[in-house]
Structure formats: C-alpha cells, structure tokens
Design a protein around this ligand. Structure first.
Ligand code: FCB
Length: 474
C-alpha cells in the first residue's frame, strides 16, 4: 500500500551554523561559546573544532545546488549570531549578513524554501563572559539581534524560528556542562531556561514588528518522550519529574502561560523562581504560527536504582547530571536496535510526540524540524556510500509521521537532520548524521543512498519502500 503525504507537505534538510560553516575568523566574526569550548582541551572528542567544519561558508552555492539536484524543497539553517552581530551588541555587520542574503537568494533561485533559525547554540562569547543565559540581559540582547536579522532578511524569508532546543542550551550548557559554555551549576541552568524562554518571547515581539505579515514564526523544541519503566508509583513519579524538567518547563510558559507547580516544588531547594518577573509569562506566551519538534529517541526512567540521573542526551559518561534536583531518577537504555549515538530506534516515540502536541496545542501547526540518525558510513571501493540503516530509520519514522497525520496531527513538514555530515558538538566529527557524505580530508560531498531515497520522497510525496524497514508503531 502506498504511503502518500498531503499535498504541499514541506520536505527539508537541516544544518546549524557552527556545525557546518567554518570560516570562524572571516568577515569580522568574533568567537562564540562553541569556539571557546571546542578549543578547551578535553571538551570535544579528538580535540575537533568548528574552525573549518565542512566549509559551508565557502561551498554555499555547491551545497544549494546539491539540494536542488536531490529535489529537496526546504533548507533549515541557522544564523551565526557572532557573524552578524559580533560581541552580541551594537549594529549588524554587513559582511556577515551578506553571507545569509546570498544563501537565501541561492535557495530561492532553486525553488528551495529557506527556514531560518536565529539561535542554534552559538552565543557570542562576550555575552557569556557578561553572564550568559543565566542573566536576564541576554534575553534582551537576543531580541535586539532578532530585530537586526529580521530587518535584513525579512523581505525574503518566510519561515522563522527563534531558538533550537533550548533544553540543550540550558541543561547541557549550564548543568551537565557537556555543551558550551560547560558550566555545571543546576541553578544557573534553571535561570538559563527561563531567560531562553524570555528571549524567545521578546524575539517573537521584535520579529512581529519587523517582518511582513506573511512571515511564520515558531520555535524548535526537543521534547523528551519520557516513559516510566513500570507503573509503580516511584517510577511514575520519576517520569513526571523528568517530564517537568525536559518538557513542561518550556511548553508550560509557551502554551499555557505558566511554569508548572510541580516543577517549582521539585526545584524548591535550588530556587524560589524569583527570577521570573512580572510580565515575563505574557511575553513568553505570545502567539506562535507553528511549533517545531525535534525527535531522535525516547527515554525510559525509573525511581533511582543508584545509577546517576544522566539521561537521554547520549552523554552517559558525563560527570554531572543535566537534570537539576532529580537525583531520585535513573535512566535506562531500552533493549533493541540503536544508532551509532547509542540512541534507540523507536518510531513509536515520534508518533506519541506528535499526538501529544496535537492535544496540547490544538490548532497550532507542527513541523518536525529534526529527525535522523548517525551511522558509521564508509564509501565503497567505487566511491558510493550505501546507508541502508539510515533508510530504514527514516522509513520507520516517516511511517509514524504519516500515521499521526491520518490520526489528526496537523504536521506541515519534515526536516531531515542533516544535509551533510558535520561537527556533532562534543562528539566532534566522529558521528555522521548526513544524507550527504563529507570526506573530511578534501571536504568533497557524495550523496549517500539515503539522500537519493529522500530526494525521491521529496519530489513525489510518496514514501519509497525500504527493505527490512524498522516496524512502524501499531
Ligand atoms: C540535536 C541538535 C543538532 C544535532 C542533532 C543530532 O540535538 O539540535 O544540532 O546535533 O541533535
């Protein structure tokens, strides 16, 4: 039976500035927290940095042509804050904006819709040195930056996203410290979460003022599909606690105008949440045009069995937990197939996520702004790169998306993570998420079999077969 997606469904691929651009010292760009972090010994596997990354900054035209050849209809990229507003304050730098203008023009010429993310984790280092996201001022700086980018690109970009995965910025950046800026302070992480939310709200206001009416504004979250290991009260409470810290800390103020009471109670030993000021919640709750969901794998939790509360971030060896006040929780690896990240392959999680947000945010169009998998791809002797595992992963997850749409979820698009193999944060270049293989010695690009498979889907809207596909949820 053929699986056909709705007419007009957006088929995209995604990247992020620091993961692909390189050219970190060109055109007046100043360091971001990821430049500092990746140059700190011991923080990134193999000492890898984004200094050159996959050189997207110089290969922009080639990469856009590649997308066009494949037949992809949209490109989700992020703007590097320190490239367009070095140091995070003051006027925009024209040379920085020129790069994104040229990128957008190339995309539009090829009929590819640009989807712009303002913040994918590369805070200007100067703002971190002034306190970073735990400080309220950073939210105001972010709104000013949003305004500058909107003024420069608002005439040609319709799809705007404020933040990518604020959970990672707050909790991997400031609590477990496995991401930049590498702090390990649970209170700072909670403050950061609020100021990211506030920055989002203030940025939405700035964007609404600066963009034409046709602009569509959203945010990309990475909700944890968290499941209790058993139905015991202890395990269910562990699930509730992680759901609050992973999900409702964002969806509460964004969609319901408040932080959840249980979250405040769980974290009372750390803070009275006095950093939430009058007016913040109405700013954060401003109307959205779409909600982006990033999904990779579900999490299974129980009451603590003594193992540390680390979780589903792929950093099981981290010394500090990303989950403030959750020492009472343990995380478990579900049995079954895993990707190269060690993340379990479970399309039912994506189905559940879409149905959950269909209930929580009725009337709000959903976008899957990231989904994909890392595998140990290697070119064959003839230079081709076959990645049947990735095709099976995508097939299983897209079948789940289709089923959610049939069951009433208003899903408007899907962005495969990632267009290209790239700098996978603290894993450096050791994990390949790309549909396109990058030879890191020459930076040459070779579309993997999955890229052609995905291109066929993007052109026809009909899910191609995948032999031995991951079973879709019942
Ligand atoms: C997400 C990030 C993205 C990429 C994927 C694998 O959390 O948003 O940049 O690293 O994971």
């Amino acid at each position: 039976m053929s699986v056909t997606f709705p007419h007009g469904f957006l088929w995209g691929t995604a990247t992020a500035a620091y993961q692909v651009e390189g050219a970190v010292r060109e055109g007046g760009r100043t360091p971001s927290i990821w430049d500092t972090f990746s140059h700190t010994p011991g923080k990134v596997l193999g000492g890898d940095t984004g200094d050159t990354a996959v050189d997207h900054f110089h290969r922009r035209a080639e990469d856009v042509a590649l997308m066009a050849d494949l037949g992809v209809g949209a490109y989700r990229f992020s703007v590097s804050w320190p490239r367009v507003q070095p140091t995070g304050r003051g006027p925009a730098v024209q040379r920085g904006l020129d790069f994104y203008r040229a990128l957008v023009d190339d995309l539009l010429e090829h009929g590819i819709q640009p989807a712009l993310t303002l913040y994918h984790w590369d805070l200007p280092q100067e703002l971190e040195s002034a306190g970073g996201w735990p400080e309220r001022e950073t939210a105001h700086r972010f709104a000013d930056y949003a305004q500058l980018v909107a003024e420069a690109l608002g005439d040609r970009v319709e799809m705007w996203s404020t933040l990518n995965e604020p959970w990672c910025s707050a909790f991997l950046g400031y609590a477990s410290g496995v991401h930049a800026p590498g702090r390990t302070d649970p209170l700072a992480a909670l403050r950061a979460a609020h100021h990211l939310n506030l920055g989002h709200g203030l940025a939405v206001q700035a964007l609404r003022g600066a963009l034409p009416r046709r602009a569509r504004i959203g945010i990309s979250l990475n909700p944890s599909v968290v499941r209790a290991r058993t139905e015991s009260p202890g395990d269910l409470d562990a699930c509730r606690r992680i759901d609050a810290l992973a999900n409702r800390i964002f969806s509460g103020p964004l969609l319901r105008g408040a932080y959840p009471d249980d979250l405040r109670a769980d974290t009372a030993s750390l803070t009275d949440w006095g950093f939430v000021k009058d007016g913040d919640l109405s700013a954060i709750g401003r109307r959205l045009d779409w909600l982006g969901l990033n999904y990779y794998a579900p999490a299974v939790v129980s009451a603590s069995d003594g193992s540390p509360a680390h979780g589903n971030d792929g950093h099981a060896s981290a010394e500090y937990s990303p989950w403030p006040a959750a020492d009472s929780v343990s995380f478990h690896q579900p049995p079954g197939e895993r990707t190269e990240m060690g993340w379990s392959v479970d399309p039912s999680g994506l189905y559940d996520l879409l149905m959950q947000y269909t209930r929580e945010a009725p009337g709000l169009p959903l976008m899957i702004t990231e989904n994909g998998a890392a595998y140990d791809d290697e070119p064959a002797a003839d230079g081709t790169v076959h990645d049947p595992d990735r095709i099976r992963y995508l097939h299983g997850h897209l079948t789940a998306v289709h089923r959610a749409i049939s069951d009433g979820a208003d899903v408007r698009g899907y962005f495969l993570w990632s267009l290209l193999d790239n700098f996978e944060w603290s894993y450096g270049y050791s994990k390949r998420f790309g549909a396109v293989y990058v030879d890191y010695a020459t930076r040459s690009r070779t579309p993997k079999t999955s890229a052609h498979w995905y291109g066929r889907l993007a052109r026809t809207g009909v899910l191609p077969e995948a032999t031995g596909a991951v079973p879709a949820p019942e």
